[in-house]
Write a protein that binds this ligand. Structure first.
Ligand code: UDP
Length: 381
């Protein structure tokens, strides 16, 4: 059996979601042929205190966005990042080499922008020559760390990403535009809306808004939920609201205790997002690439309520310019837009455009190409 190592880090929910999507695509497309392991390289294979850095990501973007923005700006400078990585490499080399010895991969996939340079140095200096590919899990804004000319392939999800890869020196044959790998549930035939609603205990005929804040339930989700609830209730038609709080338990408790002027379902982390998206008429979300890619597959118009500076910034023009949704910041403006969508006819047109942009089979297509690459170039077992 051939071994594949996927390098990621739990900074946000998207990298792990894409890593798991690829892992399960290997199992579906090539049963029994590959052993695919996912490692959080920073947490599991770097020494203290570097291994604690991923844990700072969520509190940083939740409570000190200005600091995150500053760090992003500093490391946008290629020389600054390269200088830091050169300092970090000798400290991490031994631990990271342990990952190579333990997993002995025939191919390495990176789904994180900070994995390319360090691991390519490692392979070059310590390991057997091992094919290395990158799967970019951002949609429209890219840290330059994603793009490395020594990666055999760079899989991207948009023209913007393909152009960014070209600007960073990758050749056309290295760049493959196949979409963002999302969980295999999104590649299955999705139920129709009425069936999805019935299975989730929702009212069949009511206009249904879905509100999420990424895996961590980030941003002013509570304020938006209340504003949208009151605006929808004022339409005087049948309406309902779903709020998914992700891992934010405090938010979930607060919303479950609140009084609502319309039927509301509040949930914590759900593992059937495809069902909730299929059941809804529109989604209100921060500009997370995973959530956007999934919503497109489900033909769900997207109202973006915010973005993380740096990696999510470009997702706003991506949604607006493709006319699959809108961007509003204040809870009041968001509620107003959802209210207009509930009573207008624009929603259907946005839904059709979204469906055309969705790439439900991205994970399968990427895995097929990787296996083709291994059959051509992989090192022997
Ligand atoms: N997600 C989920 N259950 C939840 C909340 C979120 O499965 O309760 C998934 C969501 O479907 C998406 C990912 O978490 O696949 C969030 O990724 P995204 O890139 O949108 O945002 P991030 O959390 O990485 O900032």
């Amino acid at each position: 059996m051939r071994r594949i190592l996927i390098l990621m880090s739990d900074t946000g929910g998207g990298h792990r979601a894409s890593a798991e999507a690829l892992q399960s695509a290997f199992a579906t497309r090539f049963p029994g042929r590959f052993q695919v392991e996912i490692v959080d390289l920073w947490t599991d294979y770097t020494p203290w205190p570097i291994n604690r850095l991923p844990r700072l990501y969520s509190p940083l973007v939740a409570r000190a966005l200005w600091l995150w923005k500053l760090l992003w700006l500093i490391f946008e400078n290629e020389r600054a990042l390269s200088a830091v990585l050169r300092l970090v490499y000798p400290l991490c080399r031994k631990e990271m080499a342990r990952a190579l010895q333990m997993h002995r991969p025939h191919l390495i996939i990176s789904v994180h922008p900070l994995m390319q340079q360090l691991f390519l140095w490692l392979i070059e200096k310590e390991g057997p020559p091992t094919p290395f590919v990158t799967v970019v899990t951002d949609l429209a804004s890219f840290h330059h760390g994603w793009f490395h000319t020594r990666a055999q392939r760079c899989f991207v999800a948009s023209e913007t990403a393909a152009n960014a890869a070209r600007r960073h020196g990758l050749q056309l044959h290295q760049i493959r535009l196949l979409g963002l790998p999302v969980r295999s549930a999104f590649a299955q035939t999705l139920p129709d809306r009425a069936t999805a609603r019935a299975s989730l205990g929702l009212t069949g005929a009511a206009f249904t808004a879905l509100l999420v804040g990424g895996g961590e339930g980030m941003g002013p989700v509570a304020a938006i939920a209340h504003a949208v609830a009151h605006r929808l209730a004022a339409t005087g038609t049948e309406v309902q609201l779903i709020v998914i709080c992700g891992r934010n338990r405090r938010l979930r408790r607060a919303l479950q205790r609140a009084e609502w002027p319309l039927p509301v379902q509040v949930h914590g982390y759900v593992d059937n997002m495809q069902a909730w998206m299929t059941a809804a008429d529109c989604i209100v979300t921060k500009a997370g690439p995973g959530t956007i890619a999934e919503a497109l597959i489900c033909g769900l118009p997207i109202l973006l309520s915010g973005f993380i500076p740096g990696q999510e910034e470009g997702n706003v023009p991506f949604v607006v310019e493709n006319r699959v949704g809108a961007y509003c910041e204040s809870p009041r403006a968001i509620a107003e837009t959802v209210g207009e969508w509930a009573s207008g006819d624009e929603l259907e047109r946005m839904a059709a455009r979204a469906r055309r942009l969705g790439r439900p089979r991205a994970a399968y297509d990427i895995v097929d190409e990787i296996v083709g690459l291994m059959e051509g170039e992989g090192r022997p077992e």
